[in-house]
Write a protein that binds this ligand. Structure first.
Ligand code: FAD
Ligand code: DLZ
Length: 508
């Protein structure tokens, strides 16, 4: 009996679990570009193009490898518009009733497959280092699920940068070396690829169907197959990794990528294997081509943070994206969708998000995320924004980073305190403030004071009941309480005036 083998747009690896469980000589691979997946949020056009182009090329590769592939293009007249609809159509065509699927990275789609009137077996996605069981065993009985301890287990499990049972260099974490502000010339850039015929066809389709979505489609220079993604990885390791650690937290005018890898989308859709990426980085360190703080810092992002947030997403369950621990309810301001703002750092982060579908971690966390948290924006709207605008965004990785790490909406499952900062942090780590029309040095509630300076105290003041007992925030509250009462009043008044202007749609 023929099985259908579902391969989704972010499962484009020949070692994906459903393919491993199937029989090439008998089963039919089903791949489908469908309306449901392209519209559950308004994806960045570059993201849709990346996924469609990579899907089409992967289908060709599977066929070349001897698989029978039933592929639906978005514009096919008989396209049913949903993954389940396509499975039903193919089941009839091939007289199949059973489907082997790799578990999707989103509860929405897991649920849709569970309700699809076919026998769908969802096998665990084993492109990760920690299984669901590993994570749940690690989490069971712990008072707090902190990444650092989980990461150490992943180092032991993978043997990456280990010296027996101990970390290479005798330290697990070299983060204290990784906080230099950027300076001088950025001497690297992610590798770019000229669109081939398949990519050009997809670009025309995406332009016609999703040209109105937020984000620029062209120029499109992303890797769209495994061979290209591997070249992008090798290029990163050679040209950017050595400085990745030092400048990991830095931000610079007009520089979207700095020494970051720009590999997350390729890893997330299956073009690169996370362990393969880490092994390439470890090898560069072993060869003396990258310092230990860079290699350890990079590997921690993947086997630490990436694995950890996935564990949290599945451990916490389908209601995670609805959480709103701080009861924030303000609408996401228009300038997140490209409207004008006088805040230079926010404007730059949003602008490169529009052009590239990319912003690096500190921009996401300490600029757009920090602002949303300080201003009290509804975390679900923040979540939908991040899920829409980045080419690497899939709910299993985006939601814990947004709802948990960035917005503290999960009540502290991920973070032990909210990631909030005044303008001082942005001044220290970037060169934006010198070009900003606000004054980052104005700290007394002046008219031109940096909004981050105002909203930082506004946030602490309005959430005193929730955070004043948090040991890691005691200093902040002591500083606030030591300020003269009239100064505190001025800051809060100015912060409220700023929020009011923003809510009224004025340019802030
Ligand atoms: P680098 O900075 O070069 O890091 C190397 C790799 O480490 C990345 O490619 C990525 O695979 C991994 N990594 C680093 N940080 C994280 C992290 N916190 N969680 C998971 N993996 C990490 N990452 C996504 O892949 N998809 C998302 O939708 C996403 N949404 C985010 C939303 C918010 C609010 C925040 C604060 C972070 C988010 N991240 C997300 C994490 C991180 O910002 C991106 O992985 C990173 O910016 C990707 O760029 P890069 O490949 O240049 O990464
Ligand atoms: C993100 C995305 C988009 C835009 N389009 C498709 C598609 O047409 N077909 C498909 O199989 N997958 C697509 N994807 C990826 C899925 O949305 C993704 O598999 C789920 O969100 C689970 O991570």
């Amino acid at each position: 009996m023929v099985n259908l083998v579902l391969v989704l747009g972010d499962q484009l690896s020949d070692r994906v679990a459903a393919l491993k469980a199937a029989d090439k000589s008998r089963d039919v691979v089903v791949m489908a570009e469908v309306a449901d997946e392209t519209t559950y949020v308004g994806h960045h056009p570059k993201k849709i193009a990346l996924i469609f182009a990579a899907m089409r090329k992967f289908a060709t590769r599977l066929r070349d490898d001897g698989w029978q592939v039933a592929y639906t293009e978005l514009d096919d007249t008989d396209n049913s518009g949903s993954i389940c609809g396509e499975l039903l159509r193919r089941a009839e065509q091939f007289s199949a009733s059973d489907v082997i699927a790799t578990e999707p990275g989103e509860w929405r789609l897991i649920d849709a497959l569970n309700h699809c009137p076919l026998k769908v077996q969802q096998v665990e996605d084993d492109r990760f280092i920690a299984t669901h069981r590993d994570f749940n065993e690690w989490a069971t009985g712990r008072k707090a699920l902190r990444m650092e301890y989980f990461y150490r287990d992943m180092r032991r499990k993978t043997d990456l940068m280990m010296d027996g049972d101990q970390p290479a260099g005798d330290q697990w974490n070299y983060d204290h070396d990784n906080r230099k502000p950027a300076s001088g010339e950025v001497d690297t850039a992610p590798m770019q690829f000229t669109p081939d015929e398949t990519v050009e066809e997809v670009l025309d389709l995406v332009e016609a169907r999703f040209g109105e979505n937020f984000g620029e489609l062209r120029p499109f220079t992303l890797a769209t197959d495994q061979a290209q993604a591997r070249r992008a990885l090798a290029h990163f390791v050679k040209s950017a990794l050595p400085k990745f650690g030092d400048y990991q937290d830095a931000m610079m005018e007009g520089e979207a990528f700095l020494w970051h890898a720009h590999l997350s989308a390729y890893i997330n859709i299956g073009l690169l294997d996370p362990l393969e990426v880490c092994q390439a980085v470890e090898q560069a360190w072993k060869n003396g081509d990258a310092p230990i703080n860079a290699a350890e810092g990079f590997i921690r992002q993947i086997i630490g943070w990436r694995e950890y947030v996935r564990g949290i997403y599945f451990h916490e369950g389908p209601d995670y994206t609805q959480r709103n621990g701080l009861r924030h309810s303000r609408d996401l301001p228009w300038f997140y969708w490209g409207g004008e703002t006088r805040m230079r750092c926010v404007g730059q982060a949003v602008d490169q998000t529009r052009t590239e579908g990319y912003a690096h971690h500190i921009q996401r966390l300490m600029v757009t995320g920090n602002f949303a948290l300080l201003a009290g924006i509804d975390p679900h709207q923040v979540h939908e924004w991040y899920l829409s605008v980045y080419i690497d965004a899939f709910e299993w990785v985006e939601a814990p980073n947004t709802i948990g790490m960035s917005q503290f909406a999960d009540g502290g499952v991920i973070a032990s305190k909210p990631y909030v900062s005044s303008g001082n942090y942005i001044k220290k780590m970037s060169d934006h403030c010198g070009k900003c029309s606000y004054n980052v040095n104005a700290k007394d509630g002046e008219d031109d004071a940096c909004p981050f300076n105002l909203l930082y105290w506004h946030f602490l003041d309005r959430h005193r009941d929730r955070f004043s007992d948090n040991g890691r925030m005691g200093n902040m509250y002591r500083t606030w309480d030591r300020m003269a009462e009239d100064k505190r009043g001025r800051i809060l008044d100015r912060a409220n005036a700023f929020l009011k202007s923003m809510d009224n749609g004025q340019t802030v």
